[in-house]
Each structure stands twice: as C-alpha cells, then as structure tokens.
Design a protein around this ligand. Structure first.
Ligand code: ATP
Length: 198
C-alpha cells in the first residue's frame, strides 16, 4: 500500500516517516529526491539559464545550493521558477515508484511536503496529514531552526491552510503531544494498515 504523508512546516513529517521506517515501512522523501535532482546536468543548466544569480561551485561543479536557497528565499517569483523546474521531475520519479511498488506487501510512504499542490496524492492509496496546533508548530520550528517567529509565521501563511489540508486527508495524525505518544499511534496505524483494516 502506498501512503502519502504530508503536513505543514515542522508538523512532524520526518519524525513520522522515521517511526514508520523503524516498523518496516519503506520511505521515499521528496526533499532528498529534489536535492538529488539538482545534480542532474539538464536541471543544473536550466536553473543556471532561468534563475539569475545562480552559479556553480567551481571545485565540485555542483550548483551552489546555499546561494540558490538565498535567491529564492528573497524572491517569490524565482521560487516559482525553481519549483516549475523541479516539481514535474519529482512527480515523474514518484510516478515510476508508484508503478514499481503498487503491488508489494510492504507499507510504502511518500513523504512529500507539497503532496496536494503537486498532485502526487493522486498516486497514493491513502493520505496521512500530520496536524499540529500553530502554537506548538511555532515552538518546534523555532527550537529546530532558530529563525524568528515572524519568519515562521510568514512561511506558514504561504503554505496551504491547515483546514484545507485536513479536509483533503484520509487520516489525520495529530502531533501536539509527546514523542512517545506519537510513536504509539504510528504503531497502531501501521498494524491496522498491515491487517488491511485501512
Ligand atoms: P519540515 O516541514 O520543516 O521538513 P517536518 O514536518 O519534517 O518539518 P520534523 O522535522 O519531523 O517536521 O519535526 C519538527 C521538529 O519537531 C523536529 O525538531 C522534531 O524533532 C520535533 N518533533 C516532532 N514531533 C515531536 C513530538 N511529538 N514531540 C516533540 N518534538 C517533536
């Protein structure tokens, strides 16, 4: 079974993925896939051509990722261009994975922050949304990234709303409590999926 996993910034997607992985699930993380795509020659060239200011590291011949991050962070239009280059390729990879893993026994997790926006949810049998109260979300992202609250709020307000995401979910996994509590619920969910009752 292929499960999509999504949620807002810092909601706990990576944590939930890791817990599923510990139980035996196979996880495909969109952030890792997107990062690896930045090394592909055709994509590198398209980024260099379309995003002014982007450059290669002269020693490694790889894109200067820090610089790229800074450029798109400051300029939404450039972020849209970058997403327009990367997202279709990410989707191609997930399509191939969906075909390859459609009939396996294992639980397959597609961990994709923009699952609905990229329509990768359509490749999944069910979608889990990790849901978190904004107050806890702000605290956890602040603890992890040490960026100020205003910036975190800006990021949250530029993402799909919590209500819309939850409306689209098949399963809502609330993550406001302790890690132990989350672990227990992920385990219960995993068992239900394995039994075929989900
Ligand atoms: P992003 O969208 O930024 O990639 P994410 O959704 O993958 O984030 P995580 O990185 O898993 O979120 O979690 C955000 C932070 O909150 C991490 O530092 C993580 O260790 C912590 N965290 C997650 N769940 C819990 C929990 N139940 N209790 C305490 N801390 C938690």
């Amino acid at each position: 079974m292929i499960l999509g996993l999504t949620g807002g910034i810092g909601s706990g997607k990576s944590t939930v993925s890791r817990l599923f992985q510990e139980l035996g699930a196979i996880v495909f993380d969109a952030d890792i896939i997107a990062k690896s795509l930045l090394s592909r020659e055709s994509i590198k060239n398209e980024i260099l051509r379309k995003i002014r200011g982007s450059s290669l590291n002269k020693i490694t011949n790889e894109l200067d990722r820090e610089r790229l991050k800074e450029i798109v962070f400051k300029d939404r239009e450039k972020l849209t261009i970058l997403n327009g280059i990367i997202h279709p390729e990410v989707k191609v990879i997930y399509k191939e994975l969906a075909e390859r893993y459609s009939h396996v026994e294992e639980v397959i997790i597609f961990d994709v922050p923009l699952l609905f926006e990229t329509k990768i949810d359509e490749l999944c049998d069910k979608v889990i949304v990790v849901d978190i109260e904004e107050k806890t979300q702000l605290e956890r992202v602040y603890e992890r990234d040490k960026i100020d609250y205003k910036l975190i709020k800006d990021i949250i307000s530029n993402q799909m709303s919590r209500e819309e995401r939850n409306r689209k979910a098949d399963i809502i996994l609330e993550n406001n409590g302790s890690l132990e509590n989350l672990r227990e619920r992920v385990k219960k969910l995993y068992m239900e999926i394995k039994r075929g009752s989900i």
